[in-house]
Design a binder for this molecule. Structure first.
Ligand code: VGL
Length: 203
């Protein structure tokens, strides 16, 4: 079973936001294509958001490295207005613990408090397709945790963008994910392969 994981496509991570990522908004139409496809195939779609309290060690004012961003309920924490996901997509929040950075989607919980790993288990997910922001932080840590949990991990390389605190940040992050077993894919390849799988499946 495949699932799509869309990581932190929020206003604060897009140009003009508190932690705007160069080109962060450009992945939105591509992600929408993936979302449409997973929806059409009736496959689970999980969408995470950074959801911080105002005071957290994650922010530079309180000992962290990041400017204040994605404060719970703020306009910056809203999903990018062009990101279109279905009503039954699972929205998961992370970063609520003021003591932790919580980069990985595997720290996220849904509205009922269920953790991502449990949700994936419930759906019987064995393959996870990851896109979103940022390649070198939340995408990377989510992918590494997914691999540790025994999932097959596919990085949607046309639907990610990195913060690049270090100039090579995104490249190094991709290399690290791949060296630990993640595979890279792009929409055309994935859509072809899913189409093939669905036509091959007995009705
Ligand atoms: C992220 C930097 C700080 C991310 C979150 O979503 O990748 N990056 N907080």
């Amino acid at each position: 079973m495949k699932a799509l994981l869309v990581v932190d496509v929020q206003n604060d991570f897009c140009p003009g936001g508190a932690l705007g990522i160069h080109g962060g908004h450009k992945i939105v139409p591509i992600l929408n294509k993936y979302i449409e496809f997973f929806e059409r195939e009736n496959l689970p779609i999980l969408v995470t958001r950074d959801w911080h309290p105002k005071v957290t060690k994650h922010f530079e004012q309180f000992g962290g490295v990041w400017p204040m961003h994605c404060v719970e309920g703020s306009p910056g924490a809203k999903f990018h207005p062009d990101l279109k996901f279905p009503k039954d997509a699972l929205v998961m929040s992370k970063g609520m613990d003021p003591e932790k950075d919580s980069y990985s989607a595997f720290h996220a919980i849904d509205l009922s408090g269920m953790a991502l790993a449990n949700l994936l288990k419930t759906f019987g997910v064995t393959e996870i397709y990851i896109g979103g922001l940022a390649t070198d932080y939340c995408v990377k840590f989510s992918a590494l945790d997914a691999l540790k949990g025994g999932l097959d991990v596919f990085i949607l390389t046309d639907a990610i963008a990195g913060v690049n605190l270090e100039p090579e940040g995104s490249c190094l992050a991709l290399e690290e994910m791949v060296s630990r077993g993640a595979k890279k894919t792009i929409s055309e390849e994935l859509i072809l392969c899913l189409k093939h799988a669905s036509t091959a499946r007995p009705k």
